[in-house]
Design a protein around this ligand. Structure first.
Ligand code: C2E
Ligand code: MG
Ligand code: MG
Length: 625
């Protein structure tokens, strides 16, 4: 029986209507669809995201018996849904009459005429939202297709729930909201809203007093893995324990807040000397040297969970930094710390390392490099997952500093973005790569070779960008359809008329748009609906965890399904192993990029590769060392 077709229809329907619905309506729609589509008699959803008032405890069900059974599980802590909370994975009870393990719940289910229950977690990335129970009046296992359909529905619904919650958070502006929602319900710490207010005040004060403020972003490693291995209750308890351990390490006036998921942000005001902040960061990292003890709500014995973390730091400096920008900078520094890590704990202090005089000097050095044509591009092949042929390349900026050696690409881009330098640098990247591609194709003009170029939000929004791009394409005689501009979600968060008009102008020119780094940031599936995206690129971070944590796989398959409904192609970045390749092939992803196929290489090396491949198709030997 082919059940893909109704599934695709349901997902399409979700994509059309769900993005605008409030959470309870999304849950109702899920329940309707579940009983319509799957061989079950009734269903119930329990939301209990403790961290979040919008999704706080509530039970919805298709009928009264289902509601009673869901409520009973909440109260007694017995039953499959209670076990889902415990284990984090789906729990199947195909024959309750035979199963003695659910105690009171088994008896109550029999009384309601329920013979089998299948419970699935509702969660989105590292967030635990609740459970869905599927009830059946006859015993027997749930068919594999129905199991996989239930999982997909649960994943997609979770993504929409998180999305709806975020919308509500932005929408609510009344007094009640402000007083009741300045703190995170799980840890009791200030939340993002309050943190941003405090950063703003700190910024004003530091402008008056010349003392700077700093933001430290603390990100736990493998938090999703904790949820998967021990259950979501453990993830929640761990976050509370981390908050308790960090708080006493700070100075009295510092603010510790929980931003989202597994990220904490510390605001330190009046830091006369950057060393003070470095010492705080060291103390915070030191707090992770001992495992955390957490106790399950159901079982008595505590569990020891070892976790490590990375910290990124950003300083207000002398510029008028906006709070959200400061957090983004710290996030970026943290990300660099994770990437460049040798041991398990690294502090990378972007602003600190390149602050003030240093920073100005580096910016000048970058400007000189742009003027002297001393930057280069590396090209990384993009490969068709199904047959392994190279279909295109992504251009990646490379800057070798005369004294400091190779500089990370995101750092160069960040420096350039702080001034108008980004316009010259961005134009250079586009020109250089479009002409490099034209050169490669001189000998084989018919060959398919797409070019992907990263465009920063500021560059995209700079006046005249589309016109300059059109002119470059014309001069190189390049087909606009072969060029993909990779943008980050920043452009969608911008959500301005101007941004929309630039995107539609680019579509008219005929270039393709890719949403880069999907799976980091807010990564709303709504972007795939609301904007003219042709490709979604799933971030390296997601695939990296796929071997350990199945959640990464669930995200990739749900995004792929949604994307394909909208005719959007999916590229997975950072594919390093043959197992990862097999997994994404199974999930139907279109393209892949990563060290398994090739590291980024010089234009000359890529030209040699093309020349050596006599046939029209280029396949790379896999690096499966
Ligand atoms: P991105 O666009 O997501 O590029 C992919 C990054 O992943 C590249 O890092 C690439 O070297 C790295 N990568 C590729 N395969 C693997 C793998 O198998 N494993 C792992 N761990 N990493 C892999 P790179 O070159 O350091 O660039 C980092 C980011 O800097 C890019 O992320 C992009 O956002 C930005 N960037 C690079 N060049 C430019 C540019 O010309 N303009 C702009 N605006 N941004 C750029
Ligand atoms: Mg990219
Ligand atoms: Mg990317």
């Amino acid at each position: 029986m082919d059940n893909n077709e109704p599934m695709a229809g349901v997902l399409a329907d979700f994509a059309r209507s769900m993005t605008d619905l409030p959470p309870h309506a999304i849950v109702d729609m899920l329940l309707d669809r579940v009983v319509e589509l799957l061989p079950v008699t009734s269903a119930a959803v329990t939301l209990n995201a403790r961290s979040d008032p919008a999704l706080a405890r509530s039970v919805s069900a298709t009928d009264a018996p289902a509601r009673r059974l869901a409520e009973l599980q909440n109260e007694s802590g017995q039953g499959p849904a209670a076990m889902v909370i415990e284990t984090g994975g789906a729990v199947h009870a195909p024959d309750l009459a035979e199963d003695q393990m659910f105690g009171e719940f088994g008896v109550a289910a029999a009384a309601e005429g329920v013979a089998a229950v299948f419970s699935f977690p509702l969660g989105h990335r590292s967030e635990w939202l609740g459970t869905i129970d599927l009830f059946r009046d006859t015993p027997g296992p749930l068919e594999p297709w129905a199991t996989s359909a239930a999982k997909t529905l649960a994943d997609v619904t979770s993504a929409y729930l998180v999305n709806a919650r975020e919308r509500e958070t932005y929408r609510e502006g009344d007094e009640l909201f402000r007083t009741s929602s300045l703190h995170d319900a799980l840890t009791g710490l200030p939340n993002r809203v309050l943190l941003l207010q405090r950063i703003e005040h700190a910024g004003q004060r530091s402008r008056r007093s010349n003392a700077q403020a700093a933001v430290l972003l603390v990100d736990l490693d493998g938090f999703r893995f904790v949820n998967d291995k021990y259950g979501h209750w453990a993830g929640d308890a761990l976050l509370v324990a981390v908050a308790h351990r960090i708080r006493p390490l700070l100075r009295p006036g510092d603010t510790l807040s929980r931003m989202s998921g597994d990220q904490f942000v510390i605001l330190c005001e009046d830091v006369g000397d950057a060393d003070v902040v470095h010492r705080i960061a060291e103390r915070v990292l030191g707090a992770f040297s001992e495992p955390f003890r957490v106790t399950s709500p159901v079982r008595a014995e505590p569990v020891q969970i070892p976790v490590t973390a990375a910290v990124g730091i950003a300083f207000t400096g002398s510029a008028d930094s906006v709070g959200s920008q400061l957090i983004a900078d710290a996030d970026f520094a943290m990300y660099q710390a994770k990437r460049s890590r040798v041991g398990s704990q690294v502090v990378l202090d972007l602003r600190g390392a390149i602050r003030d005089a240093d920073r100005a000097e580096l910016q000048q050095d970058l400007r000189t490099a742009v003027q002297k044509n001393a930057l280069t591009l590396a090209y990384q092949p993009i490969v068709c997952v199904a047959d392994g042929t190279v279909t295109g390349v992504e251009a990646l900026l490379r800057w070798r500093h005369p004294d400091r050696g190779p500089m990370p690409a995101p750092l160069a881009v960040a420096l350039a973005e702080e001034s108008s330098l980004i316009h010259d640098l961005g134009d250079w990247v586009l020109r250089r790569s479009i002409f490099d591609r034209a050169g490669w194709l001189l000998e084989a003009p018919e060959r398919r070779l797409d070019l992907a170029v990263n465009i920063s939000t500021r560059q995209l929004l700079s006046p005249g960008f589309p016109a300059r791009l059109e002119e470059t394409l014309r001069r190189a005689g390049a087909d606009p359809g072969a060029l993909t501009l990779e943008v980050s979600e920043g452009i969608f968060l911008e959500d301005s008329e101007y941004a929309r008009s630039v995107l539609s102008r680019l579509k008219r020119i005929g270039v393709r748009l890719a949403l880069d780094d999907f799976g980091t940031g807010t990564s709303s599936p709504g972007y795939l609906r609301d904007y003219p995206v042709d490709v979604v690129k799933i971030d390296t971070e997601i695939i990296a965890e796929i071997d350990e944590a199945p959640v990464g796989g669930a995200i990739i398959s749900a995004v792929t399904e949604l994307a394909h409904i909208r005719g959007i192609s999916v590229t997975v970045e950072g594919v390093e192993t043959a197992r990862q390749r097999e997994a994404i092939a199974r999930m139907g992803c279109d393209s892949a990029q990563g060290y398994l196929y090739s590291r980024p290489m010089s234009a000359g090396d890529f030209a040699d590769l093309l020349r050596e491949s006599h046939a029209d198709t280029l396949r790379l030997p896999l690096n499966t060392a």
